[in-house]
Write a protein that binds this ligand. Structure first.
Ligand code: PHE
Length: 392
């Protein structure tokens, strides 16, 4: 069944009124409209009550047909931080669902480390055929929305956005975008810190499973050779690990092959025999179909929301595979950059905090073992303890 889309207020011309205003169609082209979601008009009224977050801001961008969704999950530990994901989703509900889950992931990410920021996420669902020439004006309108929101939410790069986009946003909404280019005074890309954190988490998991933190001789398959995946491959090679990678982007595959990394076809990746499988592409890839095929001992990677459903953590456990929760392993980028830019950390402090992902991973895996729960559940409990201990 086709998922009905909520209608942007005012759509449908003169017949439908914009609540609280009488805008003419012509005035709307450059504006972002507040959305009125009619009851029963989409899965939004089912998704939201189950979510447990604080607020969702939805805007429809008339000029491009993009939906902007900002999900503020928790301000318990401080103002919220979350990446801006820009891509085309099949339906509005898919985009909303992604924003809600990703925002919750950010809350857990910061809380498990006791980092003083709350979790949020922005999704910009652009229509198929979105033109690159529309990007800057769209980001300017998005930035104006961020400015309106005040201090409650600052953003960083995510899937489909980069430091250059953060520069564009920050020019309109000063102080709202992290990870800007170094040339304009930002801290640059968050990818190196994310990759280092994943590497540390992998070392800790390896110590628990194989008895040594060094990855020398441990075969690792990296799924997704973007900026984080490539840096991770470099770190692994320098530690003496035999590595391979997979990717669906032909250009990336060609580039990494040039660097002499072994390539595995995407559909053979799950069944590829290795010690560690490192998901560094999109979410949802640990699921009913893929888990039975895995031939690894450890799963740890940089992608957000790797588990398709919560029960997939149990499925991994039953197969004897140690899964490091994504929000533990991939916290390095967001923590280091936010620490540097908003908390006054030095480079050395930021590096220390990223390295501490090793110790926190160890703690999570040992807690899981002692309490006979999955590492996912262990990490959620630790995060929840930190959230509960915060003053209301
Ligand atoms: N994409 C980052 C994440 O999911 C978001 C981020 C990057 C936030 C950089 C702040 C700074 O963790």
């Amino acid at each position: 069944m086709k998922d009905p889309q909520p209608s942007p207020s005012g759509e449908g011309g003169a017949k439908r009124r914009v609540r609280g205003g009488h805008r003419q169609p012509d005035d709307r082209n450059d504006s972002i409209l507040r959305v009125i979601v009619r009851r029963g008009s989409s899965r939004i009224d089912r998704a939201l009550p189950e979510w447990g977050g604080e607020e969702v801001i939805v805007r429809y961008d008339c000029a491009t047909g993009a939906w902007i969704i900002i999900a503020i999950h928790s301000t318990r530990l401080g103002p919220t931080v979350g990446g801006t994901r820009l891509k085309s989703y099949r339906t509005f509900s898919d985009a909303l669902g992604d924003a809600l889950r990703l925002a919750e992931g950010m809350t857990n990410k910061f809380a498990v480390f006791g980092f003083p920021r709350g979790g949020a996420k922005a999704v910009i669902n652009v229509p198929q055929g979105f033109q690159e020439s529309q990007r800057v004006p769209l980001l300017h309108r998005y930035a104006r929305l961020l400015r309106q929101l005040g201090e409650i939410f600052t953003t960083g790069p995510d899937v489909g956005t980069s430091s250059v986009d953060m520069d564009i946003i920050d020019a309109v909404a000063p102080g709202r975008a992290h990870s800007r280019s170094r040339s304009v005074g930002g801290s640059g890309s968050s990818s190196p810190a994310t990759a280092l954190g994943v590497f540390k988490a992998m070392g800790a998991a390896s110590e628990i499973v194989f008895g040594s933190e060094s990855l020398e001789g441990r075969s690792v398959l990296v799924q997704g050779a973007g900026k984080v995946g490539e840096t991770l491959l470099d770190l692994l090679v320098s530690d003496g690990a035999p590595v391979a990678f997979t990717d669906i982007d032909r250009h990336r595959v060609a580039e990494l092959k040039k660097r002499r990394f072994a390539f595995v076809e995407p559909d053979e990746a799950y069944a590829y025999p290795c010690d560690v499988f490192a998901p560094c592409a999109l979410g949802g890839i640990l699921n009913r179909r893929t888990i039975p095929r895995l031939r690894c001992k450890i799963v740890v990677g940089a992608a957000n929301n790797q588990l398709h459903r919560p029960a997939d953590a149990d499925a991994l456990q039953k197969r004897g595979i140690v899964y490091v929760p994504d929000f533990v392993a991939n916290a390095g980028g967001a923590m280091a950059i936010t620490g540097l830019e908003a908390l006054g950390w030095s480079e050395a402090e930021a590096l220390d905090r990223v390295r501490s992902i090793g110790a926190v991973t160890r703690l999570v895996l040992l807690y899981a073992r002692e309490n006979a729960v999955t590492p996912e559940e262990a990490a959620r409990r630790i995060a929840q303890d930190h959230l509960s201990a915060a003053p209301p």
